[in-house]
Design a binder for this molecule. Sequence first.
Ligand code: TEU
Ligand code: CA
Length: 529
Amino acid sequence: MTGNSPREAPPDWWKGAVFYQIYPKSFMDANADGIGDLRGILSRLPYLSRLGVDALWLSPVFPSPQKDNGYDVADYVSIDPVFGSMEDFEDLVEAARDRHMAVIMDLVLNHTSDQHPWFQCALQKDEWKDFYIWSDTDDGTEAIFGEPSWTWSPEREAYYYSSFSRYQPDLNWENPRVREAVYDVVRFWRRKGVAGFRLDAVPFISKDLKSGIRRAGPRLHEFMKELRDAAGESAVLCGEDTEAGLEDALLYTAPERHEISMIFEFGLEDYDSGPGGKWDVRPLDLPGLKKHFNQWQQGLQGSGWTSLFLTNHDMPRIASRWGDGSPEAAKAFATAAYLMRGTVFIYQGEELGMTNHPMEMDEHADLETANFYRARIREGARHEEVMPIVHARSRDNARTPMQWTDGKHGGFTSGTPWLAVNPNCAFINACSQEGDSRSVFRYYQQLLQLRRERPDVFLDGDFRLVDADNPSTFTYLRGGRILVECNFTGTSQPRSIPLNWKDGAVLLSSGQRTDADWLRPYEARVTSC
Ligand code: TEU
Ligand code: CA
């Protein structure tokens, strides 16, 4: 395996690396309590090596009341006992390093849990009060998870502010003591050997509520520079900004600005949703999506960097979302995404083509889903009207446990899983796919291998969109040499490329045979021309 360890690798090793996001709760349970854990992850490192992974992003493993599955942190410098011990964590980092894999942590720096000692002190002691944001009035604004932004504190006789939920009070980044405390956390994990961080919800850390600015406030980039100083030049820093435009991306990632390495931008979510946002489900507007990627690929060509991802723990499964849930759809979307210019991020289970799992309302665990359902019912919608939307968009779709085998609970646990395993583990599972040359897993291996073999094209080469308005296929040329064609539909489509490109050598194909004039349903094909 040609992985990269941060120590021996060049400073920008992360550009060509393949990152794999682990949602620890749902990855692998080693002690039969139904919840994934660090020992479970450690036991699956050989699998991740075989896939071709260079770096792991662990979603939060810190002590937490789990109101938002660990994105409500009660202690930034310990491991939640449900996931294991600090020793388990150190063992994992070391075992990963032996396999030339880096580990990055998920830092939730905009807010803490309301159970964090900082917040508990802020409720009691005046010298801690300014760690959080207070007001005498509630201005009626709504937090992201559909609750009021301001929550009354009887202890303080004032309201505290939260961007997400009342269990996640926002830290006051204007207070230098807060920033020092946060940078201490960054330095702590760097000393433990982590290669960097995924930074949760970064634009929210700078705001000016008095002027109605709730995110991406005036000091955002100043704070990014301070974070970079704390993390060190060699750290890989990936910032989540769901609203970032291209200009923001350049500010975050142009190397001479010494901010962060790359961002996660969420433009891809806009082309199958209406004005009502994520719950406003629409069919995919493929020309719109292609235009978006084209703009980003062109715009970041000279400077700046981005990540390439299809989903994460907050999004439904891509094979179901854009496609018909078939393995072929999973392959086509991965090909389109991962051969663009940027760093690859795979979300656990995507490499198996895992699909959405429609569940009953009382089986759901996600706070956002519950709030959405309650609000719609309160507004007068019927249960039968709301459930199809929940099934299409709930974050729990991504959080059902990994499907390792066709056995009980998909081999994830020998206990009772915290969230139901998708019954299709009977035929979608890692064990059978590793042995099946036509599986999604085996295709991912080839796709990642191809990317690795041609850094001249896939890292450095330019991006040219072909046949931009075609509503069925996604076709582009990399470095003027390699043509990527993906059929985004379940019907055969004519190849819409110039005649003289038609007989280039096939470097990768998702099917057995390739036709000179047609792409089969959901076919992905990579040729040199
Ligand atoms: O998400 C940040 C974010 O902006 C969310 O609004 C996201 O778009 C939403 O989950 C979509 O439904 C991050 C984490 O990824 C998420 O899991 C956390 O719940 C959130 O921060 C709060 O920490
Ligand atoms: Ca466990």
